[in-house]
Design a protein around this ligand. Structure first.
Ligand code: OOG
Ligand code: NI
Length: 463
C-alpha cells in the first residue's frame, strides 16, 4: 500500500475530536449550552477587542479556536495506559508533561496527550488529560486486591479498535475506510455506561476509599468526564453562566485576570448526577461528568514559570486556606496584589525572558530583505520593525489547577493526604515510553520561527 493513501494522523485527530464532541453533547446536554455561550462570547471579544483579534489572526489561532477543546479520562491499569498511548498515537497525539496530583490528595498521576508540532496543533489542538489511578495508595489490602481483580477482568477497547491500532502501527497509517472505522471504534472506549460492573455494596466501599477510585473501578471503561472549550474571556463567561442555568465553582484556577494572559485559567461546574444501575435491582447516583471552560495565555519559560509558582504560592499562603466560596473575593484580591510583580506587557515579558514567542517577518522586513547585513541580530531586526513577535500559546495544564478541578468535582469530602513521592519513573514504565518535556517543545517552536524569519530575510541562521 502506498503512503499517499493514508489519512494524516492530524486529520484523524480533527475528526475524532468532532465525533467526541457530538457524542458528549448527546450525553450531557449542558455541554451544548456551554458551547453556545462560549462561541457567543468569543465572537463578541473578537468584535470588541481589536488587539486580541489581531493577535489571534497573526498567530492563526483564530482558525483553530472553534475546534479547540480538551477532554479528561482516568485509567485503571498500566496495561490500559500503554494501549491508550498507542491509540492516541494513531491520531498524532503524544504524552506531554508529567503531573503528580498526590500532594493535593488525589491518588493519580497524569500526562496530557496532544499534538506536538505547531503545524499539527493548527490542524487540531485536541488534548486529553489522562490520569492513572495509583491503586498502591489504597491502604486497605482487601479493597486494593478487589479493585485490582475487577480491573484485570475488564477490557476497555473494542477488539476492532485493537486490530486497527495494530494495523496502523504495522502499515504506518490508516486508509480512508480504516480511519473511519478507527474513529467509531476508538470512541467506544470513552462512552458513558449507565450500569456499574460491581455490586451496590462494593461501589459504596470503593467510594468510601475515594470517590475517584469508584469512578475508575466500578465502570466498564474510562468515560470522558469533561470536554472543555477555550474561551477568550473566562470572567465574562463565568459571569453569564448563572443565566444559562450553570453554577460554576467559586474560584477561577490559575493566574489572575491580566492585560496579557499567561498560562491557563479554568473554572468548572457540576454537570450531572447520574443514575447508575447495579447488577441485581439496586441503583444509586454517581457524579462522573462535569463541565469546564478555560482561557489560554502565553507559555512561560522556566524563569517565568518559577515566578508564576512563587506568586501563586505566596497568595495561597497568605490566604491560609484552600480557595473556596467564602474566601473567593479575598483570594482574588491577594492574587492581583502578588501578581503585580509579573510584568503585564508582551515586550516586558520578552525582555525578561519570561515567556516564549513566535517571530514573523513584517512587510518592511520583506521589502528590505535583499539589503540586510549578515551580522544582523534579532534585537536589531526587531528595533527596525523588520520582524515582530506574538506570544506562543500554552498548550498544557497546571497541576495545582488540575487538583482544584478534581477536588471541586469529586466533592469537598474527597481530600486525603498521601505519604508518597512523585513517581514519574513508575508512570513512564506503565506508559511504555517517556513523557515529552513541554518546555522543550515551546523552545523548539520559538527557534523554528526565528529560523524561518532568517530564511525569508535571506540571512544566516540566528540563535
Ligand atoms: C482531570 C482534572 C484536570 C484540567 O483541566 O486541569 C483537568 C479529571 O478530573 O479527570 O481536566
Ligand atoms: Ni480539564
Amino acid at each position: 500500500m502506498s503512503i499517499q493513501s493514508f489519512v494524516s494522523p492530524d486529520l484523524i485527530r480533527q475528526r475524532f475530536s468532532r465525533a467526541m464532541s457530538d457524542m458528549y453533547r448527546e450525553e450531557v446536554p449542558l455541554y451544548g449550552a456551554l458551547m453556545e455561550l462560549v462561541a457567543q462570547t468569543n465572537a463578541q471579544v473578537l468584535r470588541d477587542d481589536s488587539r486580541v483579534a489581531q493577535q489571534l489572526r497573526n498567530t492563526g489561532e483564530v482558525q483553530r479556536l472553534d475546534l479547540e477543546r480538551h477532554g479528561a479520562i482516568r485509567i485503571g491499569t498500566a496495561e490500559e495506559l500503554a494501549t491508550i498511548s498507542r491509540l492516541f498515537a494513531v491520531m498524532g497525539m503524544q504524552p506531554v508533561g508529567y503531573y503528580d496530583l498526590t500532594p493535593a490528595g488525589v491518588p493519580v498521576h497524569s500526562t496530557a496527550f496532544r499534538a506536538v508540532h505547531e503545524a499539527a496543533l493548527q490542524v487540531s489542538p485536541f488534548r486529553v488529560f489522562t490520569s492513572l489511578l495509583r491503586l498502591e495508595l489504597i491502604e486497605n489490602p482487601e479493597l486494593r486486591e478487589f479493585a485490582q481483580s475487577v480491573l484485570a477482568r475488564r477490557s476497555i477497547f473494542t477488539p476492532a479498535a485493537l486490530a486497527l491500532i495494530d494495523k496502523a502501527e504495522n502499515q504506518g497509517g490508516l486508509d480512508e475506510q480504516d480511519a473511519k472505522a478507527f474513529i467509531e471504534q476508538a470512541l467506544e472506549t470513552f462512552r458513558w455506561h449507565h450500569s456499574a460492573t460491581v455490586t451496590a455494596e462494593q461501589y459504596r466501599q470503593l467510594s468510601a476509599q475515594h470517590r475517584l477510585v469508584a469512578d475508575v473501578v466500578a465502570f466498564k471503561g474510562p468515560h470522558i468526564n469533561h470536554l472543555t472549550p477555550r474561551t477568550l474571556d473566562i470572567d465574562r463567561v463565568q459571569a453569564q453562566m448563572p443565566e444559562h442555568g450553570i453554577t460554576p465553582k467559586a474560584v477561577i484556577e490559575g493566574p489572575p485576570r491580566r492585560e496579557c494572559p499567561i498560562l491557563l485559567r479554568q473554572t468548572s461546574f457540576k454537570a450531572l448526577e447520574e443514575p447508575i444501575a447495579f447488577p441485581g435491582q439496586s441503583s444509586a447516583s454517581h457524579s462522573a461528568r462535569f463541565g469546564e471552560i478555560e482561557q489560554r495565555g502565553a507559555a512561560l519559560t522556566p524563569v517565568g514559570r518559577a515566578l508564576y509558582d512563587r506568586l501563586l504560592n505566596a497568595a495561597r499562603d497568605e490566604l491560609k486556606d484552600f480557595p473556596n466560596e467564602e474566601n473567593a473575593q479575598r483570594y482574588n484580591a491577594l492574587l492581583q496584589a502578588h501578581f503585580v510583580e509579573f510584568p503585564d506587557s508582551w515586550a516586558g515579558m520578552r525582555e525578561q525572558g519570561l515567556a516564549y514567542f513566535r517571530y514573523f517577518v513584517t512587510e518592511q522586513g520583506l521589502a528590505a530583505s535583499g539589503d540586510l547585513s549578515v551580522s544582523e541580530t534579532l534585537e536589531g531586526l526587531l528595533s527596525r520593525n523588520y520582524i515582530r513577535f506574538e506570544p506562543l500559546v500554552y498548550e498544557d495544564f497546571l497541576p495545582v489547577s488540575a487538583a482544584g478541578i478534581f477536588q471541586s468535582n469529586l466533592g469537598d469530602d474527597a481530600q486525603s493526604h498521601y505519604a508518597s513521592q512523585s513517581n514519574q519513573q513508575e508512570f513512564e514504565k506503565a506508559l511504555g515510553r517517556s513523557t515529552i518535556n513541554e518546555l522543550a517543545l515551546y523552545a523548539e517552536t520559538q527557534r523554528r520561527s526565528i529560523l524561518e524569519c532568517c530564511a525569508t530575510l535571506d540571512l544566516p541562521p540566528l540563535a
